[in-house]
Design a protein around this ligand. Structure first.
Ligand SMILES: O=P(O)(O)OC[C@H]1O[C@H](O[C@H]2O[C@H](CO)[C@@H](O)[C@H](O)[C@H]2O)[C@H](O)[C@@H](O)[C@@H]1O
Ligand SMILES: O=c1ccn([C@@H]2O[C@H](COP(=O)(O)OP(=O)(O)O)[C@@H](O)[C@H]2O)c(=O)[nH]1
Length: 449
């Protein structure tokens, strides 16, 4: 049995406790536990010259992490501009935010070719390669161009809109053609698979997409949550609440997460259900993400302003309606906060999956679980219909859902949570990885031996 080679732009630093927040590394790390594998990607560091970088290696618990540096120019064109300024908004249905430039497209292709050149010398003939996410659409083809004939799978962590929208990006059909180098393409939901297969069909290409919804390691997360509620941080949060119910939001500070709309929903709760004033606290953890991209800086300013406005309007001298934190909190501490929260408020406008929704369920106390309020447009929603599902664009609907959650009987909370928890425990990260890799093994190979 060959090794599993994971390739993604973002690679977690294997030894640090507080990672840059993000579900891709969390899901994959949970999935990789116990196997022997190589994880290849960007180091997060800057290279000084354009010469091909030498990978750095670190092996922890059977996983070897091999990372390369990128120059400031490569990082800007490939990651900031093309991946996060063009592909990210487009695939989150926000074509108006797409900021296309041919130069960035060239840098994107250049860095994909660089990844391929640096990876090939590390490969063995029986390895299975699994490429992740939109930063690396053309990598499979770049590897094939260098003679790689082994199986290569691809998983897209973000949503896929209909072709009529994707095609607004110049060169979209070239990306689709490159994706034919993959033996199998995984996406998060059936809707994503339908949209991608439709795009292939309309371009005369083979349909290769199937849904494999990503999960977490719920057993480990529950154990962390149980341990974490006994820690100092959870104690401090509990004391500071002084008996108020806790509504919790946890998201990277990203316009796809629907944060301004969520804040307005909470504002509508304050306005329309005054009985909750002084009796609830909304804690939003929103670590700054992709801060070099203009759209993200604008969002941060907007949220600063909204928080100020809502707190200004409703705060009392001894109570603050919203607590808003833009620093990351370590995941094992967050686990305890999830367990303490009466309501998780997760309202993305579009999201590939949203692992926070699954983590919240896994962290609950079975005797008195909290309520998950979840957007219809999270990839997690089709699997989680026992959540209170909302349209994130409607502030009044969010307010009604929050009121429903805050006043829900213990019986109903238990009923809803039991079903949600069964699903989270069934569709784990390990299950997701095994399921995808089995399907990859069975898929008709692009390069038959
Ligand atoms: O690497 P960054 O630019 O800092 O961004 C963090 C990650 O964000 C995205 O995560 C996605 O994957 C999650 C797991 O499948 C999914 O739950 C979530 O809905 C997605 O948005 C991005 O796709 C990753 O590549 C980034 O590393
Ligand atoms: O301060 C934070 C905020 C988030 N997260 C973690 O980052 C991941 C976010 O994943 P999700 O799929 O919800 O969204 P993404 O950021 O990948 O779009 C989850 O595991 C969170 O627990 C974290 O560890 N610290």
């Amino acid at each position: 049995m060959g090794r599993l080679i994971i390739v993604s732009n973002r690679v977690p630093s294997p030894r640090e406790r507080t990672q840059p927040a993000g579900g891709l590394t969390v899901g994959l790390k949970d999935a990789l536990r116990g196997g022997s594998s190589l994880w290849f990607g960007w180091s997060g560091n800057q290279a000084e010259t354009d010469a091909d970088p030498q990978p750095s290696f670190d092996t922890v618990e059977g996983v070897t992490y091999a990372t390369i540096d990128l120059t400031a120019r490569q990082h800007e064109g490939f990651y900031q501009n093309f991946s996060n300024g063009i592909l990210w908004p487009l695939f989150h249905y926000r074509v108006g935010l797409m900021n296309y430039s041919r130069r960035d497209w060239q840098t994107y292709l250049e860095v994909n070719a660089l990844f391929a050149r640096c990876l090939v010398p590390l490969l063995r003939p029986d390895d299975v390669i699994w490429v992740h996410d939109y930063h690396l659409f053309p990598l499979g083809q770049a590897l094939r161009d260098l003679g790689v004939t082994t199986r290569i799978g691809f998983f897209l962590h973000i949503p896929v809109p209909p072709w009529s929208l994707v095609r607004s990006m110049p060169g979209a059909e070239l990306l689709l053609e490159d994706m034919q180098a993959y033996d199998l393409i995984g996406v998060q939901t059936d809707e994503d698979a339908d949209n991608l297969n439709q795009a292939f069909r309309l371009n005369g290409l083979e349909e290769r997409a199937r849904a494999f919804p990503i999960g977490i390691d719920p057993y480990e997360f529950r154990a962390q949550a149980e341990a974490s509620v006994l820690r100092d941080e959870a104690g401090r949060l509990r004391t500071s609440l002084r008996g108020a119910a806790l509504i919790l939001g946890v998201d990277r500070l990203d316009y796809s997460k629907g944060l301004p709309e969520r804040f307005r929903g909470y504002e509508a709760l304050m306005a329309r259900y005054p009985e909750h004033r002084g009796k609830v606290t909304f804690l939003q953890v929103a670590p700054v993400s992709r801060g070099d991209v203009e759209e993200y800086r604008l969002l941060r300013r907007q949220l600063d302003e909204l928080t100020g406005r809502i707190n200004g309007a409703y705060a009392e001298f001894d109570w603050t309606p919203i607590r808003y934190i833009t620093r990351p909190i370590a995941r094992d501490i967050l686990a305890g906060f999830y367990r303490m929260a009466d309501v998780a408020l997760i309202t993305p406008l579009r999201d590939g999956m949203n692992l926070v929704a699954k983590e919240y369920v896994a962290a609950q106390n079975a005797a008195a679980p909290g309520v998950l309020v979840l957007s219809h447009f999270a990839g997690a929603a089709p699997e989680m219909d026992e959540a209170v599902l909302v349209n994130p664009y409607d502030a009044d609907e969010i307010a009604d859902a929050l009121h429903q959650a805050l006043t829900m009987s213990l019986d109903e909370r238990r009923q809803r949570w039991t079903k949600l928890d069964e699903d989270v425990r069934r569709t784990t990260a390990g299950f997701w990885a095994r399921d995808f890799l089995r399907a990859l093994d069975e898929a008709p190979p692009v390069c038959p031996v």
